[in-house]
Design a protein around this ligand. Structure first.
Ligand SMILES: Cc1ncc(C[n+]2csc(CCOP(=O)(O)OP(=O)(O)O)c2C)c(N)n1
Ligand code: SF4
Ligand SMILES: [Mg+2]
Length: 350
């Protein structure tokens, strides 16, 4: 069920380069619990796309099943969307992307949707390096079905029922790194300043961009004994550094005086400015990224920020050498080989 929002627009509301206001990037009113971290991630997605001047109808938003997977209803109402079966968001997004590579793909999922029922699909969409943003709204539980521990719940962590989780957690950033993702980041729903530029960097990245966002479930997993609750997460954050996104046309010096930041140039010439903290390692080194995640986890902290970036890898379309045009733009003789070719093909399998 979704509720209709008022259409009122403040006459002086800020507009972007397309003449659109932030409201044009929103969706229906959220029906999630008040204070749910997922709503903050929705707000960050709205802001990121608004600031990047992306036409909403050029976006495809997909999701699986869960409170997290309901959120596409709350952003980009003019985008194309598909709310798939539980854990099947990757395959549906892959199909859409294969049919039309000229759209911006954003899939959102939950820790249950990704790390349990959808694990097989997740592994393969990463290794194929599909050009998409994949956001996991990670609350360590199955929020929609009343808070059971998920596969990302830390061992010993206890939600509302007070029973400590017995099993070790899957770290989705480590897994993505191992499977070959070129853009790996982690953030916290309560840190919009960090999350918005991370989403903007992911939009520009050509290939699979993974963002694990710790997003507390206020109803079932926000207790003092839970390692995914607001208080615990706030007290245990350890960022790789601060981050700013600079669109390709904007002057760098406006944001940072020279010498204080490390620049990473993205595909279209946009830049990510990273002000490193003590974890000063080579972002393009998978080994070093793995090492820093492990080191911070051993200190019982949560590493956030951009963790790994490899801009040189080829996305699925380059690897399979597919056509540039979307399939619906191709003439009939190119999409249909004709009965003679089909007969020959069938014959070759006999
Ligand atoms: C095939 C199938 N199995 C089980 C369910 C029940 N179910 C609905 S949502 C969900 C888990 C949701 O957890 P998560 O993906 O972490 O999302 P959250 O609600 O925590 O945001 C489950 C098991 C289902 N809808 N479909
Ligand atoms: S049950 Fe938890 S995850 Fe679901 S909307 Fe409520 S707070 Fe959010
Ligand atoms: Mg969850």
């Amino acid at each position: 069920m979704s509720y209709i929002k008022s259409n009122f627009r403040h006459p002086q509301a800020k507009v972007n380069e397309l003449g659109l206001t932030k409201k044009d990037y929103e969706g229906s009113l959220s029906t999630l619990c008040a204070g749910c971290g997922h709503d903050s991630i929705t707000a960050a997605i709205v802001q990121a796309f608004f600031e990047m001047n992306i036409e909403p109808h050029k976006v495809v938003k997909t999701s699986g099943i869960g409170c997290s997977s309901k959120t596409p209803t709350y952003y980009l109402s003019k985008a194309h969307g598909f709310n798939t079966v539980h854990g099947r968001m990757p395959s549906v997004t892959t199909g859409a992307n294969m049919a039309n590579r000229n759209m911006q793909y954003i899939g959102v999922s939950g820790d249950g949707d990704t790390a349990s029922i959808g694990m097989g699909q997740f592994a393969h969409v990463v290794r194929r390096n599909l050009n998409m943003i994949y956001i996991v709204m990670n609350n360590g539980c199955y929020g929609l079905t009343k808070g059971q521990d998920s596969a990302t719940a830390d061992i010993g962590s206890a939600g509302k029922k007070g029973v400590p989780n017995q099993f070790s957690a899957i770290d989705l950033c480590q897994l993505s790194l191992q499977l070959g993702a070129g853009y790996v980041a982690r953030s916290f729903s309560g840190d919009k300043n960090q999350l918005v530029p991370l989403i903007q960097g992911a939009i520009e990245h050509k290939g699979f961009a993974f963002i694990d966002v710790i997003s507390p479930c206020v109803t079932f997993n926000n207790t003092p004994t839970s390692t995914k609750g607001y208080e615990y997460v706030r007290d245990h954050l350890d960022a790789t550094g601060t981050i700013d996104f600079v669109p390709h046309r904007q002057e760098l010096k406006i944001l940072h005086p020279e010498g204080t930041s490390k620049e990473v140039t993205l595909h279209d010439g946009s830049k990510l400015l990273l002000k490193k903290n003590s974890h000063d390692y080579d972002l393009s080194s998978k080994r070093e990224a793995m090492n820093v995640i492990e080191t911070v986890a051993e200190e019982k902290k949560i590493l956030t920020g951009l963790i790994y970036l490899n801009e040189d890898d080829h996305d699925t379309h380059v690897r399979i050498n597919s056509v540039d045009e979307s399939l619906n733009a191709l003439p009939q003789d190119q999409v249909c080989p004709g009965s003679i070719v089909m007969d020959d093909l069938n014959e070759s399998f006999r």
